[in-house]
Design a protein around this ligand. Structure first.
Ligand code: E4P
Length: 214
């Protein structure tokens, strides 16, 4: 399973990269706004830091505008994956990007039928927003499971990128289902390391080590 960090914060990307388990980064307009910095500056720093796929989102809502942004973003580096919302114009733009060899991450997916559209357009990744589905009482992992089953039925190569993950149980379930990628905030990655028995066991080992004669 690939791990992407869901952030536009450079310090967080540096910290997670240091662990040696980070495969890529996903951003969105809200995450960029949270940094309080210009998009161009944030984008340049992320691309200088990350070798793996970096999802950068278009903000136009019409096909022509999306394509202008997608083509410009794709010029920025080989790691760029253009993030495109799941609307009719977005699916049209995704299909054109596929023809032009531009990698895409179709975002704001809330149903398996939407994911089917993204696969038909040749999207590189589909991002079902698990946490936001849970928020409205629609179990997000059921949708991830349906998408994986449908993609498997037809051999679609679009990778399922479980997004909007809020806690370690989401990561566990996405991995059990076989989602290709999990994108998560740094807090969730930090939680994955944690187990009280690990802390207790280490404390005991270190205490016992003090008793070993020199
Ligand atoms: C996905 O790529 C999105 O950036 C993200 O996972 C959305 O998460 P949220 O619902 O916690 O904002």
């Amino acid at each position: 399973m690939k791990f992407f960090l869901d952030t536009a914060d450079i310090d967080e990307i540096r910290a997670a990269s240091a662990w040696g388990i980070l495969d890529g980064v996903t951003t969105n307009p809200s995450l960029v706004a949270k940094t309080g910095r210009r998009f161009d500056d944030v984008k340049a720093e992320i691309l200088a830091l990350v070798d793996g796929p970096v999802s950068l989102e278009v903000t136009a809502t019409d096909y022509e505008g999306m394509m202008r942004e997608a083509r410009a973003l794709a010029q920025e580096g080989p790691q760029v994956v253009v993030k495109i919302p799941l609307t009719p114009a977005g699916i049209q733009a995704t299909a054109t990007c596929t023809k032009e060899g531009i990698r895409t991450n179709v975002t704001l997916c809330f149903s398996a039928n939407q994911a089917l559209l993204a696969a038909k357009a040749g999207a590189t990744y589909i991002s079902p927003f698990v946490g936001r589905m849970d928020d409205i009482g629609n179990p997000g992992m059921d949708v991830v499971s349906d998408i994986l089953e449908i993609y498997n039925n037809y051999g679609y190569e679009t990778q399922v990128l479980a997004a909007s993950l809020r806690h370690p149980a989401h990561v566990l379930e996405a991995a059990r289902l076989g989602a290709h990628v999990a994108t998560m905030p740094i807090k969730v990655i930090e939680q994955l390391f944690k187990h009280p028995m690990t802390d207790l066991g280490l404390a005991r080992f270190l205490a016992d080590w003090q008793k070993v004669p020199e």
